[in-house]
Design a binder for this molecule. Structure first.
Ligand SMILES: *[C@@H]1O[C@H](CO)[C@@H](O)[C@H](O)[C@H]1NC(C)=O
Length: 178
């Protein structure tokens, strides 16, 4: 009985210890609400979950132009584009990054044909979801690496030309949220 209690206490302590040392995975750039034009280069910066006692393996950057549906087989599960799979240096799992993420990505122009049957489609002021799936481990047993998901919303092909209005809007928003 005591042994069982001690074991769960140790597990609880270990997991709180681990959570203290896990960095918060987050997309730093592009920021939530960033406006990105078709074909534009945009800065990408991701904060990995890697930390003391947390190992990061690969992370995959996917732009969802339509959010995914519930997890079951579907012909129209989601729509979007994969920017690629990357890693960050984190000792001891990845002593040096073999395929670091570039500092910039280029937003595809989705109005253009993909070739073949890939008819493009124009859209403006569209909310897209930039997602990062990161494979990691934190010393606790798991079958396969754990996978975290970070999401920032971006605005694709904003045609709002009234910048002053936008500035006023965001200032008013900031004042309201104080
Ligand atoms: C990371 O991904 C690359 C391919 O992108 C693969 O060769 C490598 O084995 C992966 N590493 C791990 C730890 O899964």
């Amino acid at each position: 009985m005591f042994l069982k209690f001690a074991t769960s206490l140790i597990l609880a302590l270990t997991s709180s210890f681990t959570s203290i040392h896990a960095a918060t995975p987050a997309i730093i750039l592009p920021e939530n609400g960033a406006k990105i034009a078709p074909g534009a280069q945009f800065a990408f910066k991701y904060n990995s979950i890697a930390d003391y006692s947390v190992s990061s393996y690969n992370f995959t950057v996917v732009l969802f132009t339509q959010p995914p549906s519930p997890f079951r087989p579907s012909l129209n599960y989601a729509a979007g584009y994969t920017f690629g799979q990357f890693d960050v240096a984190n000792y001891p799992a990845i002593p040096y990054a073999r395929h670091p993420a570039p500092p910039y990505f280029v937003m595809p122009d989705f109005s253009k044909s993909l070739g073949g049957w890939g008819a493009g489609e124009s859209v403006s002021n569209a909310i897209f979801y930039l997602a990062v799936f990161e494979e990691y481990a934190n010393g606790q047993p798991s079958v396969g690496p754990r996978i975290s998901l970070s999401i920032n919303e971006i605005i694709y092909n904003s045609i709002d030309t009234d910048e002053d209005q936008n500035l006023w809007d965001s200032e008013a928003q900031a004042a309201l949220s104080l």
